[in-house]
Write a protein that binds this ligand. Sequence first.
Ligand code: SF4
Ligand code: SF4
Length: 315
Amino acid sequence: MAQAGASGRRGQSIDPHEAKEAVLGYCLKKGALAAGVADLDAINRIAPPGHRPADLMPRVKSVIALGVGGQTQGAWTVPAKAMAYFGSTETRAYTVAYGLSFFIENRFKARSIYCPPDLDNEEGPRVPLQSLKLHAELAGIGARSLAGDILLHPEFGYMYFASVFTELELPPDEPMQTNPCPAPSCVDLFRKQGQTPCMKFCPAQCLSGDIDEHGQQAAMHYEMSKCAELSEQYEALPRILSAAMAAEDAAAREDVLSDVDNSMFWYKMSVGSGGLLAQCFECMRVCPIATRSPLADPIRRAEAREAAANQDGTA
Ligand code: SF4
Ligand code: SF4
C-alpha cells in the first residue's frame, strides 16, 4: 500500500493512491474515456503567470484532467453543411468534471472546483482562463497534433477535455511517451505533397508544419484567427450588430440582419446550437487518428467490448 500522507481538510488520513483510484474511477464510471492527474509543477513551469492553477484556486494541490469521446462514427460521413450544426461533446466533459468536484468534496472533504473552461474576461475572446489542453497533455491523456495542437490519443482518437482543481493531494501521471501524430499515412502524404491530410483539407489553409527524417513532428504552425473566423461564430455577433448600427437606413439595416448567413446565426442562437462554438471539423474528418483509432467512436468501442467478452468466453 502506498504511503499515507495526504489529508483532507477535516484531518482524516487519506491514502493518495487509493484516492486517485477513486477519483479516476469516478471519471470513467460517469462517461470519461480517459482521466489522469497533471503534474502541478510542470503546469507552473509552462503556463504563463495569471493562468496557473493557483491563480484561480490559491491552495490547489492537484489538477485532474479527463476526456470524453468526440463525434459518433456517423458524424464523419455527413457533409460540412450538416457538421456545422453538430457542435462538440465538450459539455459532457464539463458535466463529468462538475460532478467530480462534488464527489471529491463529499468523499474526501477536500475543497475542489470544476475548472472554468471559459475565456479570461480581462484578456479578450482568444485567451482562456486556463489551458485545459495543457492539463490533459501533462496528465498523459493526449498528445499535441499537427492540426493546431489538437490533442490526439492513440486509442480514443479525438476527445474533449475538462479539468478539476482540488486541495486533495494526488500522485501525478506523466505525459504520453509517444505521439500518434503524424500517422504513417500522413507522413507518406507529406513526403509526396508537402502537406498532411489536416493541412491539405483545411478550408482556411491555416495549418502548416514540418516532419523530420524520423517521421516525427518538427514544426507546427496554426493561424488561429483564420480558423476562428471560419469556425467560431460567436465572434461574428459584434460584427453583425456593428454593421447593422452603421447602416444608412432601415432598409439597409434589415438587409444586414436578414442576410442569409446572418439569419443562420440567429437560428443557431435561438435553438442553442453548439455549432456556434464548433470547429469546422474538416481537419479531424480526414485525420486517421481521430476517425480510425481502435476506440475512436461508439461503434468501435462496442466492437472492442464484444471482442473482449468473446475472448473471456462470457459473450
Ligand atoms: S477547424 Fe477547420 S479551419 Fe480550423 S484548423 Fe481545422 S480544418 Fe482548419
Ligand atoms: S491528419 Fe491527424 S495524424 Fe495526420 S498529421 Fe494531421 S493531425 Fe496528425
